[in-house]
Design a protein around this ligand. Sequence first.
Ligand SMILES: CC(=O)N[C@H]1[C@@H](OP(=O)(O)O)O[C@H](CO)[C@@H](O)[C@@H]1O
Ligand SMILES: [Mg+2]
Length: 544
Amino acid sequence: MASPAIHQAITEAAAKYRFPEGRVFEYGTAGQPRTANSDLLNTVVFAVGLLAGLRSKKLNGQWIGVMVTASHNPAEDNGVKLVDPMAEWETYATKLANAPLDKVADVYNELIKEIDIKMDNPARVVFARDTRASGSRLVGILNAALSATEVEFMDFKFMTTPQLHYIVRCKNTLGTPYEYGEPTEQGYYEKLGEAFKKVMRSVKVQGHLTVDCANGVGGPKLHELIKYLPSAEQGGIDIKVVNDNVINPDSLNFECGADYVKTKQRAPPSSKAAPLERCASLDGDADRLVYYYIDENNVFRLLDGDRIATLAASFIGDLARNAGIAQKLKIGVIQTAYANGASTDYIEKVLKLPAVCTKTGVKHLHHAAMRYDVGVYFEANGHGTVTFSENALKTIKSAEPQSPAQQQALECLVGLTDLINQAVGDALSDMLLVEAILAHKGWTTKEWLGTYTDLPSRLVRVEVADRSIFKAVDAERKLESPPGLQDKIDALQSRYNKGRSFARASGTEDAVRVYAEAASRSEADDLASRVANAVKEAGSGGDA
Ligand SMILES: CC(=O)N[C@H]1[C@@H](OP(=O)(O)O)O[C@H](CO)[C@@H](O)[C@@H]1O
Ligand SMILES: [Mg+2]
């Protein structure tokens, strides 16, 4: 039980908010309630603050992170993510967030009993926010919840989501053999800068890179990171930062950023990049990254998360072989059903690595990646990273090189384990990884694109009356409900050369997403629209 003083403090603090009438909050794909109107979030953020404290107590005072962001979504949206998501805690969060405000303290007490929390344990929380205007108000609410429950906390102000993950990992490993780094923003830049220098010891980046920061928190943070990187003359990267306006809050994710580029399949209209210039886009909280360029025929060429995954897996595989430790490292690539079929083929047939498909949402990919010594995971939209197991770290760090070539490969691998943010997908760290790999391979984006040819694909959003009737199975590649719809999709896709299509309810939007790919653009479009029609019919109660 909470002390009567805490119970009262919670009730008093909660009395300042108004529960949004008729609203039920749910957890989405990213474990993050998000809403188009940030005013509705007050009570959710308050609940998340209470819960973060409980979670920390449950873990004997481990630091828990809370990030206030709505990522790639419009500027007026906001949301909140817990660093260290745990599936069963999502139900607790839902309970707290949906409790009437005068009952929040009672529900808090019920949870203490249900989760069996020792109230004498310390509770520690760190939080940060992206550049959204509503962020400061929401952080104030977090502050109120944490203060009411006497939780120790640190406000890291503006940060990218991966930076906050980094801080949490550093704080929780401090003084252990797995110490991750200095738990400060500067520590983050220093770690990446040092690691990048190590990985780049024998090579040079060719040409320059233009980075579109979605007018989000990634802009100022990239400017900062650049100070810790070797300059172009020293063999480092010549980075041109664009869309780094955080003064005008409405420009966030507006006609720019990784989500715009991936979904619209085009460069931001503001882009001034010349043909063949290497470009990258981050999303609003800098945990997604995509690359692209305009080719000599003025055609837009996208290098998305699938491409980053295949590039990283191929490079790390080569390094492991060159270092003489390939037999000791089990490498796997984790994707979702949205990965282009050509990338999966390339992973299995050319790289000869296992390709695993999980449900959408990085929490699922991350989990699956941890089953490998080196787990490369990326969503097609550009969110991902590489995880190294304890065994991998030990093998890499203790291997005795038998030749200068082996030594070089080992040093590079050691550098990669520091360069890659193993806590979470991190656009800034992933960008340095891609730049380093291209430099090592001596590749331009054109050669990178040439590794395989994407199958034309189409993603369609279908609005239905009730998306909850669409129940997916088999890593969300098949629907078990509504009855009969999957048979229809199967029949449709079998009519197209290399046809593959699936439908699943979005976890973040009130819609069903339909994906289709096939050998040609017209076939992919046709398949997508037919499956979308079947979904629409089934969703309106018609005969599927
Ligand atoms: C097709 C697609 O890109 N889906 C996205 C989207 O999830 P949905 O459940 O599809 O709405 O948002 C998630 C959170 O950002 C992201 O992890 C996921 O990849
Ligand atoms: Mg994001």
